[in-house]
Design a binder for this molecule. Structure first.
Ligand SMILES: C[S@@+](CC[C@H](N)C(=O)[O-])C[C@H]1O[C@@H](n2cnc3c(N)ncnc32)[C@H](O)[C@@H]1O
Length: 189
């Protein structure tokens, strides 16, 4: 599916659900990442900040930082408004190819329900570029939905990551509240 800016209704409901009822589930996922707090993290496709807003305070406490990357002006405006209190968070509008982000500079890349929304012929280049941004030993945490009508095959995620030089640490299929059956995986450079 080609990129389209969200409608105002989509933004309204995403924020209303994700930042209230859904917040509990996103917070638990962030907890499960066991962050040290001192990492440099890049969240690709950060959207309204469903995860970013739970990672930022952990990183602020531990001396880490967060780079939120998104192609959408509307989502970028939303997340900036909601997270401008964090001095350790920067916002970059564009795709991974447009931005002046040095290679080998991040400890962690988080991809949370993003790749399935991107044209399948663009995914490989994006994952390779993201892998280049990671330091040696850095990790990718990825969750993507599995549904036939709105998702991507688990096997494709594995293939994309391995082709980008990443090693599998954990790979599971989980029933995620709100979203449904999802691939949840960790890879390491
Ligand atoms: C389903 S939303 C998920 C947002 C957020 N990660 C979350 O879990 O709430 C997908 C996000 O990916 C962004 N996106 C789509 N294609 C992108 C691309 N090529 N580069 C960067 N961001 C992209 C969209 O603008 C949107 O914010």
């Amino acid at each position: 599916m080609s990129f389209k800016e969200p409608t105002s209704t989509q933004v309204f409901f995403t924020v209303a659900i994700g930042h209230t009822f859904g917040s509990f589930f996103w917070k638990n996922y962030v907890k499960s990442l066991n962050l040290n707090g001192n990492e440099r993290i890049l969240e690709y496709g950060s959207g309204s900040g469903a995860l970013s807003r739970h990672m930022a305070p952990i990183l602020l406490k531990g001396g880490g930082s967060l780079t939120c990357v998104d192609i959408s002006q509307k989502w970028m405006g939303t997340i900036q408004k909601r997270m401008d209190k964090y001095p350790n968070v920067e916002f970059k509008l564009g795709t991974i190819f447009d931005l002046d982000i040095p290679d080998n500079s991040y400890d962690t890349v988080v991809i949370h329900y993003v790749l399935h929304d991107i044209d399948s012929n663009l995914r490989e280049g994006i994952v390779m570029a993201l892998s280049r941004k990671l330091k040696k030993g850095g990790k990718v945490y990825i969750r993507e939905p599995l549904a036939d009508n709105h998702g991507m095959p688990a096997a494709e995620i594995r293939e994309l990551m391995i082709n980008a030089g990443l090693n599998e640490i954990d790979f599971k299929i989980d029933n995620v509240r709100i979203v449904g059956k999802s691939t949840e995986a960790i890879f390491e450079k």
